[in-house]
Design a protein around this ligand. Structure first.
Ligand SMILES: *Cc1c(COP(=O)(O)O)cnc(C)c1O
Ligand code: SF4
Length: 362
């Protein structure tokens, strides 16, 4: 038996597999597996500004230096060459009444409960924050969560709370349970949403224990973040299945990224496979103009073309809304290709999915 090899007391302190994955994550370019061609010195300069962290699981999926998964995970010298973009273009900081809450829309808030992730995605829109001071350890940090809870409690207009970060599922199950159970005592909070990338970057985080805990907080929605069909593996499929079987609705917020998924066939395959693993594509985000991510931003027409290509060819169930988020915190706006070609009092002329112009009576 494996257990007989354990020293006395060792079972107590033993970490769960997901905690080991986080503990064994690589955090410097020098730790990348031998055989990959990297300029360690140049990339170390990047990680001084923007931290690196890749779980062993996600690392194992990367095949080569051109891999779309590599591009999301491994630092790139171009991150330091981006001189046009801002750290916080969406004005999240000015819209934070307390440090852990972003309150832009009247009825819903983003509650930042963790600054840690199972991977620091190179394209992250909160690049300025991830990996900095830990929100859930230490006095100062738990104070921020307390302040956030108090703010939500005293704002009865808030009926939806979106746990985000960082990644809320990097919190321990008990810690998360405490936050959720407190939110549940606020009568005005009707819906809880969790934004997590662990289904993609650390699927072993979805333990039976976690699922049992989450089940208590229905209606609960989880939005995750897959960007490429190769991220859908037997492990991530299993993680999504467990949550879906527990009655938790799963959505996906994909980011349109140059060199990763800016191609109609790859995007179509991703959306179809998401639906197969019971994840409903929710948003396709055009990347925000965030400092250090300029090399990922495609032309807006690339997004329009992909949306046009998907419509009619794929199940409508797997077509997300294509979104931009306005600088200055002005909010999200859906982007639709120009389907209406002309209008007259009695008809509109529209383009169908095959590019044919058709009349529609009014
Ligand atoms: C995106 C976002 C939300 C959630 O918007 P939905 O369209 O409901 O998904 C809420 N608050 C802020 C600040 C956001 O950026
Ligand atoms: S998991 Fe989400 S919050 Fe964390 S680095 Fe990736 S995109 Fe950013």
């Amino acid at each position: 038996m494996e257990n007989s090899k354990l020293k006395p007391n060792q079972t107590h302190t033993e970490k769960s597999p997901w905690q080991n994955q986080v503990g064994q994550a690589i955090t410097s370019p020098a730790q990348l597996p031998k055989g990959f061609n990297v300029d360690i010195k140049a990339l170390t300069k990047v990680t001084r500004q923007y931290p690196m962290l890749i779980s062993p699981y996600y690392l194992s999926l990367i095949e080569n230096e051109q891999d779309p998964l590599w591009k999301q995970a491994v630092p790139d010298v171009r991150e330091l060459e981006d001189e046009q973009n801002m750290e916080d273009p969406l004005a999240e900081e000015p819209q934070s009444p307390v440090p852990a809450v972003i309150h832009r829309y009247p009825g819903r808030v983003i509650f930042l409960v963790s600054n840690r992730c199972a991977m620091y995605c190179r394209h992250c829109m909160r690049k300025r924050k991830v990996g900095e001071e830990d929100l859930h350890f230490g006095k100062k940090s738990s104070k921020k969560i307390e302040e956030g809870l108090q703010y939500i409690q005293s704002n009865t207009a808030v009926n939806e709370v979106i746990l985000s970060g960082g990644d809320p599922l990097l919190l321990g199950t008990e810690q998360l349970d405490r936050i959720l159970s407190t939110l549940k005592t606020f009568d005005h909070v009707r819906i809880i949403r969790i934004h997590t990338r662990t289904l993609c970057t650390l699927p072993c985080r979805i333990t039976d224990n976690l699922v049992m805990m989450l089940k208590k907080y229905q209606p609960l929605y989880i939005n995750t973040h897959f960007n490429h069909p190769r991220e859908i593996t037997p492990e991530s499929t299993k993680a999504c299945e467990k949550l879906a079987n527990a009655g938790i609705s799963l959505g996906c917020q994909t980011v349109l990224l140059k060199g990763v998924n800016d191609d109609a066939d790859i995007m179509g395959e991703l959306m179809t496979r998401l639906l197969e693993i019971r994840v409903k594509p929710y948003y396709l985000h055009h990347p925000d103009p965030v400092a250090g991510t300029a090399h990922f931003r495609p032309d807006i027409n690339v997004g329009f073309d992909i949306m046009k290509h998907m419509r009619g060819r794929l199940s409508g169930m797997c077509i997300p809304q294509y979104m931009i988020d306005l600088p200055g915190g002005e909010g999200k706006v859906p982007m639709l290709p120009d389907y209406v070609k002309s209008r007259s009092p009695k008809t509109i002329q529209v383009e169908n999915y095959q590019g044919k112009i058709c009349n529609y009576p009014l």
